[in-house]
Design a protein around this ligand. Structure first.
Ligand code: HEM
Length: 467
């Protein structure tokens, strides 16, 4: 009897190629191989194992991951928006109108892009705060801190350049006010403003400049830095390990595999956020006013919301102090932080110590009381230039009020050191929380409590007028 040979299935060309390409030992079915590829990709981003404690939501709050999710949404929606946009005035504005009414899901894509961009500013700042209050910027993570600060500045630049693109009144005047701050840079201010605007004022060239920065240069650098940032988190041994306030020794904890423990959490978190942003964007449209008109300025004319703290400072101090000196000092302080605050024992402890926690609460309370009090005092009572008419404006309106504001901060620091025996890291925390909260309050005042003529007002009392 002749032996029956099992009939071989006729192979397609694809099947034969697959057989040749898949090395022995790899899963032969498609699902198995897909799993392997995805797993490999994940393990390029993450280490194979992570410390169990770092998986706690209440430590990192997933803020870095959420920033990454938002960057992905921005990249995707931005690429779609590109197809329906011409960077020329007034066509740019017409394109946005067209996008909203005649392009399939055009309005939704625009809303998604708009809200994600604004949320990214908030989330990246919260991520920075989390890293700061847990001391996670200290060596060996100082490089990642510096990369993070650079990314935050680029996120602001990306938001700012994108703000102009709809070419409506809101965009035109916010960018006009925002860029006016550049002109205060000593010696090169005028030239620098012309360079950024492509002329003496916001116009067609500014739109083209901002467009090219917004769609190529800035996102390219951000995505490049993001990859480096992720790689550094891995290289620095993963996230800092959270510690209780009384745990002074090195914590020994379990390590668990990244797949599935971390990846499952990240996946649920990302899906949840994408769904929330999607629903929000379905119901809340991104603002769009009438077409940009250089002859009609809204009153008040305000910079984009994230620069309103700075605009508020400009109402109280000489432009050189508010627009140049204070931002430079703040940036220097943030950049240099990991080089003078290097205590390792409190890394991973929220607010450093018990005393640190009390000082944080105190700084919050003081900033909430003192900042509005200063704004009111300066608005209605203090008149330095009238009191010191012969003094230069930089002194009477800049350095003197600055000294008056700096004095209580120096006294508070001295009091924390002498009476509470706060060490250097607790004092850094105390002052930073105070200054940051004060700036956040100035931003809120700038957004909600400045009306026509930039006078203080109740937002529900006077409507915005144009002239
Ligand atoms: C596009 C913006 C950013 C993205 C996508 C991003 C992403 C991430 C991710 C995924 C992590 C690990 C998980 C976590 O801590 O949530 C991380 C950690 C870290 N990030 Fe960022 N980040 C961004 C901006 C920043 C900023 C603005 C800073 C600070 C200036 C910063 C400094 C750090 C540091 C020092 C770590 C390590 C924290 C630790 O070990 O506890 N990052 N970042």
């Amino acid at each position: 009897m002749s032996e029956q040979i099992p009939e071989e299935k006729p192979k397609t060309m694809l099947g034969r190629m697959r057989e040749r390409l898949v090395p022995e030992g790899l899963p032969s079915d498609d699902r198995g191989r897909m799993r392997l590829v995805v797993g490999n990709l994940i393990l390029h981003l993450h280490p194979t194992k992570v410390n169990e404690r770092t998986l706690k939501w209440t430590y990192s709050w997933g803020l870095g991951g959420l920033s990454a999710v938002l960057m992905m949404i921005l990249g995707l929606t931005g690429a779609i928006l590109l197809n329906n946009y011409t960077p020329a005035a007034p066509q740019a504005y017409r394109d946005i109108l067209e996008l909203r009414s005649n392009v399939w899901f055009g309005e939704l894509v625009r809303n998604l892009h708009h809200w994600s961009a604004n949320l990214l500013v908030v989330i990246a700042v919260l991520h920075l705060i989390r890293v700061f209050v847990t001391g996670a910027y200290r060596p060996p993570r100082e490089t990642n801190w510096l990369i993070g600060v650079a990314m935050l500045l680029l996120i602001l630049a990306s938001n700012f350049t994108g703000y102009l693109l709809p070419w409506d009144q809101l965009a035109y005047w916010a960018i006009t006010v925002g860029t006016s701050i550049i002109s205060y840079v000593p010696f090169i201010g005028e030239g620098l403003t012309r360079l950024v605007l492509g002329g003496p004022e916001v116009g067609a060239k500014t739109l083209l400049n901002f467009y090219s920065l917004h769609i190529s240069f800035i996102p390219l650098i951000i995505f490049g830095l993001m990859s480096f940032h992720f790689w550094r988190v891995r290289k620095d041994g993963g996230l800092t390990v959270p510690k209780g306030v009384d745990e002074t020794e090195e914590v020994k904890t379990e390590r668990v595999t990244t797949i599935p423990h971390l990846v499952r959490k990240e996946f649920i978190f990302a899906i949840g956020w994408v769904a929330a942003i999607l629903v929000f964007s379905m119901f809340i449209p991104a603002p769009l006013e009438g077409i940009a008109d250089p002859n009609i300025s809204p009153n008040p004319a305000k910079a984009p919301w994230y620069f309103l703290g700075l605009q508020e400072l400009l109402l109280h101090f000489h432009p050189l102090v508010a627009g140049i000196f204070l931002p430079t000092i703040a940036m220097l302080g943030i950049f240099l932080l990991p080089f003078f605050d290097i205590n390792q024992t409190s890394v991973g402890v929220y607010f450093r110590s018990r005393r640190g926690r009390s000082l944080t609460l105190l700084a919050l309370g003081l900033a909430i009381i003192l900042t509005p009090a200063w704004v009111l005092l300066d608005e209605f009572l203090l008149d330095w230039s009238a009191w010191l008419p012969t003094w230069s404006n930089l002194l009477s309106n800049g350095l003197i009020p600055l000294a008056v504001v700096a004095l209580p901060i120096i006294l508070m620091d001295d009091w924390a050191k002498k009476h509470l025996r706060a060490d250097i890291e607790e004092r850094v925390l105390f002052i930073a929380v105070f200054l940051f909260t004060a700036f956040a309050i100035l931003t809120v005042i700038g957004i909600f409590f400045r009306g026509p003529g930039m006078i203080l007002y109740w937002p529900w009392a006077i409507p915005t007028v144009t002239h």
